[in-house]
Design a binder for this molecule. Sequence first.
Ligand SMILES: [Zn+2]
Length: 419
Amino acid sequence: MELNSYQRFPKIKIREMKDDYMKFELRETDPSMANALRRVMIAEVPTIAIDLVEIEVNSTVLNDEFIAHRLGLIPLTSERAMGMRFSRDCDACDGDGQCEYCSVEFHLSVRCDQDQTLDVTSADLLSSDPSVVPVDVAARSTSSGYDASENRGIIIVKLRRGQELRLRAIARKGIGKDHAKWSPTATVTFMYEPDIHINEDMMERLTLEEKQSWIESSPTKVFDIDPNTQQVVVVDPEAYTYDDEVIKKAEAMGKPGLVEIYGREDSFIFTVESTGAVKASQVVINAIEVLKQKLDAVRLSEDTEEADEQFGELEYQLLSWLPKHKHKEESSKVRDEMNQAVVADMAAQSPIVGSDPSGGANQLSIHSWIPALPISRLDGGLVRLAAYAKSVLMSPLLSELGLAMPSLRSNKWKGVQCA
Ligand SMILES: [Zn+2]
């Protein structure tokens, strides 16, 4: 099919990998893909966290709600989470959310009978499932990376003589979009790989002092002088923070154009830090799996007849319009025209584009704006969006993820049901 011309095969190269930290390169894709992956890692990869607390005795200084909140924020090992059921979807317990398929039970019972203050910590939480325990407790038993003597657990509350805390807690599967306690990540960032071009002719004409002072204008060590040739060389392009300091310095020296620096729009350097609930590498793998499931939902759910009618005409226009321009699609002018035509049509018929708070929709190229919309909007069941997904717009993302590309005319293309 002609629209497959967008297809690319993103590559991942791992640079550094620890249990709770991972750095990797994602290449040969576009920012929408990178951002979709980032957002899913933060907000949609499931973990397990305490969600319901039944206090039996609480004579501590903290009130029940305060303690329940603190318990919720304790990260629990969540390797199991992908296979677990959401309690709202669990038919084994009719949504009660307390059966073995959708929950893990914890008990805590501590009483202080001494004069010294007693710390109640995550280590006092007793789990009904040995695979789901507080992260620091798991780390202590494997002694990986932690100094066991330093690790006293996460403090929940402190007790004085005669005070007692006794409770039962239910941990459930959830995602960061519902509550931050379920997010598996501390941070996920990506940077655009910088593309640095030094104008060698201009650089040659600078004195050594000028070169030195220009290099030093960069707050990070991106450039240096080769001691043998006395030429300015790029020693660490990724140290560049897009601060524009060297560009401003060149202008101040009366040498505009001495260096040109662009962010490469097809290469990204990701940093993922895990809370410990799931290994950092597993967060990435699970995120790709979640993304695939979401796209499958777009493709397979039913009830798009109405959307089909509504957008049939626009789709027809798109399809009849694209082949004419196919061979010129590399030309930015044509691409701009395509964008404007689509965005204008979208804006006229749908609130999605006009109200996009990120404001970037108008600038995005035709094959990237759908995944660039916050993924949560796909969830919201935007039938209109699904109609577009049915047309050319979703195909690059689907093919990049290695999903089958059904024919545009096939009935396999279905949309998202409104939630
Ligand atoms: Zn259940």
